[in-house]
Ligand binder design. Sequence first.
Ligand SMILES: [Mn+2]
Length: 188
Amino acid sequence: MDFLPILIKEITPNQIFILGDLFHFGQENTPFVSQTLTFFSELNQEVLIIGGNHDGILIKNQIEKWSQGNLHIYFDTFLCYETSHDKIWFAHDGNNPYWLDKSEVPSFLTSLKKIYEIQEQYWLITGHTHLPCIIEEMKVASLGCFNTEGHNQPLSYGIVTESGNQITFSLHDAEELYYQWKRSARSK
Ligand SMILES: [Mn+2]
């Protein structure tokens, strides 16, 4: 979570999508939940949070309390962002909450797209895998985790850009940006 304020400041996105498992089982009554949601609710950007297999119920119980102003919490399987000519689909795991080996990530992403009949020309971006993965030609991707606790996986974030009539998606190394920021902060 230390990364987040820095990333938001550096990237200045118009909207922020959180693709699930922001919280973990058993965190229901911890201050971390309200601290995190307060942080998001005080941003200038619209924040859309989708529940994952670890925090879906927790998120569901927070919808009424927190879904107001700039903050929107969803318990849905998919979120679709639509422009006049293009779409992008966001999901946590598409109701497939299984543990995935690194080698299974590409087939997980492509099969989700097929199962849910998401048209080839639209991007599908998921959370859940803990591994940053992007397959340009299939227009599928997953984000890495965003929390160093309990994981030894690369941290990543994605950027959705609208250029002309088309949505493009790119994946970025969160730690790289963080250390760049730290270096420049130190040299000032
Ligand atoms: Mn998950």
